[in-house]
Design a protein around this ligand. Structure first.
Ligand code: SF4
Length: 365
């Protein structure tokens, strides 16, 4: 039986965070059912297109903010995906601390969610204000509820937040480590790069050097608490690395539904139109998805293959490197990488320079 994972993009947010560059729209309750109609139409169409028996080994609800969905919408989505779920599938649900209540978590658990992701970001009051997020008190309550309801919990943290001192970052680490979640996802704010849509000039105040220092500090602190650093931004206690994330990094098949979703099937990439209006209208019109093929050149495929390997602690097989040996040796001498058996594995410093390293090892090929 073929394994194909599922990503469900829920684009609604109650308000906009200052640093946000993800596709999202304000949550309008009256529109929710039309969005779910489109989502289920897309799922049906995606299932029709797969010509062999398959199961979802992992499902990930991301956003936006999936925790804004009402119970009726959740009923419809879970019922639709239920026939394809593999027994024991990892089902992750992203939540916003403000939405977290005991009732919501009981409900998610009863539906089969077995991994909860919580957008904590920081425990510093100034930092959270700067991000346009909730207060530390709300975060604290949500963290307590999360770990008391689920035994597989991930907290998201943000680094490089303007106005957050090293002491305040230390305070955040102390607060979140009280709960000992099984997993952390840690992202650095960077001017430019991935987060480019700087609507309010938020990123003008972001200092990339400070983000990098904080990253190295957090990597060391989490390692000390015995979290394994298994990917650039991800840390887990033994046995708790995200199965869904692994699907992305090892090049396994997944389908994404929702306006901001991407899919990877049979070695090819597809993406949806990041516009809820076009998404809803498009799925009605075609009774299918709005998925578009994302062609890649041979060079892009090579770069992507190297990137997927190097971003994880499994590293990249030396056999797959066709650059001069001196290029790789230089990375090791500069402590940006190390050899593990026949693989090249990046260090924390190397992860910070992943893009530059990729260009060096593929350019020299
Ligand atoms: S909750 Fe996430 S998607 Fe929504 S505005 Fe904040 S960062 Fe963006």
């Amino acid at each position: 039986m073929r394994s194909i994972s599922l990503y469900v993009h829920v684009p609604f947010c109650r308000r906009r965070c200052s640093y946000c560059t993800f596709y999202h729209v304000p949550h309008i309750a009256d529109f929710e059912s039309r969005f779910v109609d489109a989502l289920l139409t897309e799922l049906e169409a995606a299932v029709r297109e797969i010509d062999s028996a398959f199961q979802f080994p992992t499902v990930f609800f991301g956003g936006g903010t999936p925790s804004v969905l009402n119970p009726e919408s959740l009923d419809r989505i879970f019922n639709a995906m239920d026939p394809y779920l593999k027994r024991g599938a990892e089902i992750t649900f992203e939540t916003n601390p403000e939405d977290v209540t005991s009732a919501l978590l009981d409900d998610l658990k009863a539906r089969g969610v077995n991994r909860l992701s919580l957008g904590v970001q920081s425990m510093d009051v100034k930092g959270l204000r700067r991000l346009g997020r909730c207060t530390p008190k709300v975060n604290d309550r949500a963290m307590g509820l999360a770990v008391s309801h689920f035994d597989n919990v991930s907290f998201d943290l943000l680094l490089g937040i303007p106005d957050v001192s090293p002491e305040a970052l230390e305070g955040t680490l102390e607060c979140v480590l009280v709960y000992m979640p099984q997993h952390f996802s840690v992202y650095c704010l960077e001017p430019g790069g991935v987060m480019q849509r700087d609507v309010e000039g938020f990123f003008d105040a972001v200092d990339p050097e400070r983000s990098a220092d904080e990253y190295l500090h957090v990597c060391a602190a989490l390692r000390e608490e015995r979290y394994g650093h298994y990917e650039v931004s991800n840390f887990a206690m033994p046995g708790y690395a995200s199965e869904h994330n692994r699907v992305y990094w090892c090049g396994a098949d997944y389908i994404g539904i929702g306006p901001g979703a991407h899919s990877f099937l049979d070695g090819e990439r597809f993406c949806n139109v990041p516009s809820i209006e076009q998404y809803v209208a498009g799925t009605q019109e075609t009774r299918g998805g709005t998925r578009r093929y994302e062609g890649r050149s041979e060079e892009e495929r090579i770069l992507e293959g190297a990137m997927l390997g190097l971003r994880t602690s499994a590293g990249l097989s030396l056999e797959r490197l066709s650059c001069e040996r001196s290029v790789v040796d230089d990375l090791v001498i500069r402590r940006l990488a190390r050899f593990e058996a026949d693989r090249l594995v990046l260090t924390d410093r190397g992860f910070l320079l992943l893009d530059e390293i990729l260009l060096r090892i593929t350019r020299a090929a």
